[in-house]
Every structure is written in structure tokens, then in C-alpha cells.
Design a protein around this ligand. Structure first.
Ligand code: MV4
Length: 430
């Protein structure tokens, strides 16, 4: 077992490799399976580019995609990093600094603080904001290193824990405080910038259906936005990205409160797993735009607001057992039958005979459907999930089918607590 970049030369069997490796003209072994020794090992990735004479690296959406040092080393090695500059990655990687940057250009942020170290000062700030508050790691993101403090008695303990967890997870104990919103939606805007000073947005995705900060289902447009709100949020997203002269594909994540207020949460300086729903609903190829931007070409969209057409939904198909608390289910896939038909897209790296390794994220593929209305998209998704056959490993398909039948999902009434509620409803029958 070894790890490959999609350029490979070599002595290793390609028979069991991922599809992108099998389709590649060349491939290079970059080390053993442990990510730290391969996919996260910067010298090995740069060496693979040098061996093959690659002039650019697309970092994907994991591993080194938001690593400023990696983008800097690429730059210094005369390899184009297909993504933003090291400075842009850094400015958004520090979540407390990102909040400040957004506030300066008038993007709404949740009531809160800058990075704060002194417990007494922090308690005073929390009392000013009003409980409950959320203590977040400045170096965090995606839900890591977050603690809720319910009241002032609880605060010192949660503040201490948050700092400890942040230090352990990120080697940086900086934290900041925000007012805790109880049931927000996760609504994120796709932005694109080029090297000629143009920054645009391509509408939003609703990613409220999450479990333990892992997204399971994403859709575009969000069933929660009016056209007026979409325009105001989109304008804020562009203002935020333009504030750092952003180049490439990025995402501005917002929390959308029950009363229709929206607040900047964080910016992801990479293409995201869920980008296909935006591609389906806009008709644009986001990876092509990333490559154009990195090459210094202008974005290819005409100079007019981009509208979302119809409705797109993505389901993430993971090798996990939903009946065993989503435990990873590695092993050999024996049957792999894909759904098809109009408005159906599957992005995957696997096939029958492929062995799902136990070392990485359990994503097997993404099933994306597009239709003229949300109702039709849901029907198309139900039919596609029913004709998606995976044998040999457990998958999240049956669980996704249950979500597609849930009255709350069908009504578009999803927030970040939706799955928790749905699983509590089901618990007695399991
Ligand atoms: C919040 C919040 C409520 N209030 N911030 C989770 C991931 C990280 N990016 C920030 N997160 C949250 N920040 C305030 N002020 C609730 C969450 C949150 C959440 C956000 C989006 C999607 C799912 C979530 C699940 C739990 C908590």
C-alpha cells in the first residue's frame, strides 16, 4: 500500500488505484499511506511536481489546500499553486483576524471579541455580549475547538477547556468569543476572483444538514433566502472577498439566524467538496475558473449578475455504517452501479473491485441532481439513491434516503440542529 499523486511513474501496481490515478498519464508514489508522510509532506509533493515537470499543482479540498506555507513553497519553486496567495490564506486562516477584516468593510459579524487571553477580561466581555456565548479557536474552523458557555458560572471552565483544546489541536491557544446563536442555518456563498481585480459571487449553498460538523447534504439555492436577502448576502460576500483582493475560488460562510439576520462565520480559501451544486445551478465549471485565475486569465463569466437556475442537491456517499453510529466501513467494493439520466451527476474515484483504505476520509462519491424545482430535485434524488448500488462496504445511502423522505427536509425546514432532531425521533425504533 502506498499513496499516489495523480501523476505517477512507476513500480507500483495501478490495478487497484483510484480512478484519477488510473486515468492519469503519469503517477508518482509520494510515500506510505499515513497522510503526514505523504499527502501532507510538502517536500514530497514538490518533488513529484519536479520529477514530472508539472508547472502547476491543484491542491484539491483537503490536506494542503489551505496551507499558506505550501502555497509559498510552490511560489518559490516556480510551481503555480492553483489557489489564493499565501497572504490571503493567512488572512482568513486566523478566524479572529478574518472577523475583524470583515467588520472593517461592513460585513455583519456576530457580537463578539478579538482574540482574548485573560480569563477575567474574557468573562467581562462575555457578560457584555450576553449568555450563552461560544468560545472559538482563532486557528480553528469547521467546528474544531469550540465550547459553549451557558452562564458566568460555567464560563471560566469552558474558557480554560477551549484554550487547552486549541493548544492541543492547533499549537495555538488563541480564542475569541461570540454570542451563541441557537438554531442558525449554514448558508455559504461561492466567490471567484481573478488577478485583474474582479470578484464575483455565484450564489449560495445551504449546508445546514450536518452531523458533527460533517456535511451530508448540500443544496443550491437555499430554500431560506428571498431574492432580496440573496442579493444582500451576495453583495456582502463579494465585499468580504474583495477586501483581501481574493484570487481563485473561495467560500464565504454565513450563519443565517431565525429572524433573517446573517453573520460572517468564516472564509474557506479553497474549492469545496460541495462545489458541484453551484456548477449545476449556474452552468459554470469552477475548476476551470480556478485554473484560469491561477494562469492570470480573466474569469470567463460575462459582466452581469449570475443567477441560479432550477435547483441542485448533493448527497455525500460515505463508506460508513449509519446503523453503527456512522463507523467507517473500509473494505473491497464488490458491486458499484451508478444512477444516471437527465440532471444526474456522480463524482467518484471508486469502482467495483476497488479497496476502500482505512486511512482517509470515508467519502466514496458525490451524487448531485439538478431539476427545475426543489420538489423535482428531491424526487430525482430519491430515484437516484434507490438505483445507486454499492455492495461490499456499508454506505450512508439508506440514511440519505430517510432524509429525502423526512417532512422537515421536504419542507426546507433545515437548520444546523436538523439531523440531531431527526435522529432523536428515530432512536426508539433502533
Ligand atoms: C456558531 C454557531 C452559533 N453561534 N457561531 C460550527 C463550525 C464553525 N465554522 C462555526 N460553527 C458554529 N458557529 C455562533 N456565534 C453554531 C455553529 C455550529 C454550526 C454551524 C454551521 C453548521 C453546523 C453547525 C453545527 C454546530 C454549531
Amino acid at each position: 500500500m502506498a499513496s499516489w499523486t495523480s501523476i505517477h511513474r512507476g513500480v507500483y501496481s495501478r490495478r487497484i488505484a483510484s480512478l484519477h490515478v488510473r486515468f492519469a498519464d503519469e503517477d508518482v508514489c509520494i510515500g506510505p499511506p499515513a497522510a503526514r508522510e505523504s499527502y501532507l509532506n510538502i517536500p514530497r509533493i514538490v518533488a513529484a511536481a519536479e520529477i514530472t515537470g508539472a508547472d502547476a499543482i491543484h491542491p484539491g479540498y483537503g490536506f494542503l489546500a489551505e496551507n499558506a506555507e505550501f502555497s509559498e513553497i510552490c511560489e518559490r519553486s516556480n510551481i503555480t499553486f492553483i489557489g489564493p496567495t499565501p497572504a490571503q490564506i493567512r488572512q482568513m486562516g486566523d478566524k479572529a483576524m478574518a472577523r475583524q477584516t470583515m467588520a472593517e468593510v461592513g460585513v455583519p459579524i456576530v457580537a463578539g471579541t478579538d482574540a482574548i487571553a485573560d480569563p477575567a477580561e474574557a468573562l467581562h466581555a462575555a457578560e457584555g455580549i450576553g449568555f450563552p456565548v461560544l468560545i472559538k479557536a482563532a486557528a480553528g474552523g469547521g467546528g474544531k475547538g469550540m465550547r459553549v458557555a451557558q452562564d458566568s458560572n460555567d464560563f471560566a471552565r469552558q474558557f480554560g477547556m477551549a484554550r487547552q483544546e486549541a493548544a492541543a489541536a492547533f499549537g495555538d491557544d488563541s480564542v475569541y468569543i461570540e454570542k451563541y446563536l441557537a438554531r442558525p442555518r449554514h448558508v455559504e456563498f461561492q466567490v471567484l476572483g481573478d488577478q485583474h481585480g474582479r470578484v464575483i459571487h455565484l450564489g449560495e449553498r445551504d449546508c445546514s444538514v450536518q452531523r458533527r460538523h460533517q456535511k451530508l447534504i448540500e443544496e443550491a439555492p437555499s430554500p431560506a433566502l428571498s431574492q432580496d436577502l440573496r442579493e444582500r448576502m451576495g453583495e456582502a460576500a463579494v465585499r468580504g472577498a474583495a477586501a483581501i483582493d481574493y484570487v481563485g475560488a473561495g467560500t464565504i460562510e454565513f450563519l443565517l439566524d431565525e429572524d433573517g439576520s446573517f453573520y460572517f462565520m468564516e472564509m474557506n480559501t479553497r474549492i469545496q467538496v460541495e462545489h458541484p451544486v453551484t456548477e449545476m445551478a449556474t452552468g459554470f465549471d469552477l475548476v476551470k475558473e480556478q485554473i484560469r485565475a491561477a494562469a492570470g486569465l480573466p474569469l470567463s463569466m460575462p459582466d452581469q449578475p449570475i443567477s441560479l437556475r432550477g435547483h441542485a442537491i448533493e448527497c455525500r456517499i460515505n463508506a460508513e455504517d449509519p446503523r453503527r453510529n456512522f463507523a467507517p466501513s473500509p473494505g473491497t467494493i464488490t458491486t458499484f452501479h451508478l444512477p444516471g439520466g437527465p440532471g444526474v451527476r456522480v463524482d467518484t474515484h471508486v469502482y467495483a473491485g476497488y479497496r476502500v483504505p482505512p486511512f482517509y476520509d470515508s467519502l466514496l462519491g458525490k451524487l448531485i441532481v439538478h431539476a427545475s424545482t426543489r420538489e423535482e430535485a428531491i424526487m430525482r434524488m430519491r430515484h437516484s439513491l434507490a438505483s445507486f448500488v454499492v455492495e461490499g462496504v456499508h454506505t450512508t445511502i439508506p440514511f440519505l434516503q430517510d432524509v429525502m423522505e423526512h417532512p422537515g427536509f421536504v419542507a426546507g425546514e433545515v437548520d444546523t440542529k436538523f439531523l440531531e432532531r431527526m435522529m432523536a425521533e428515530r432512536a426508539p425504533t433502533q
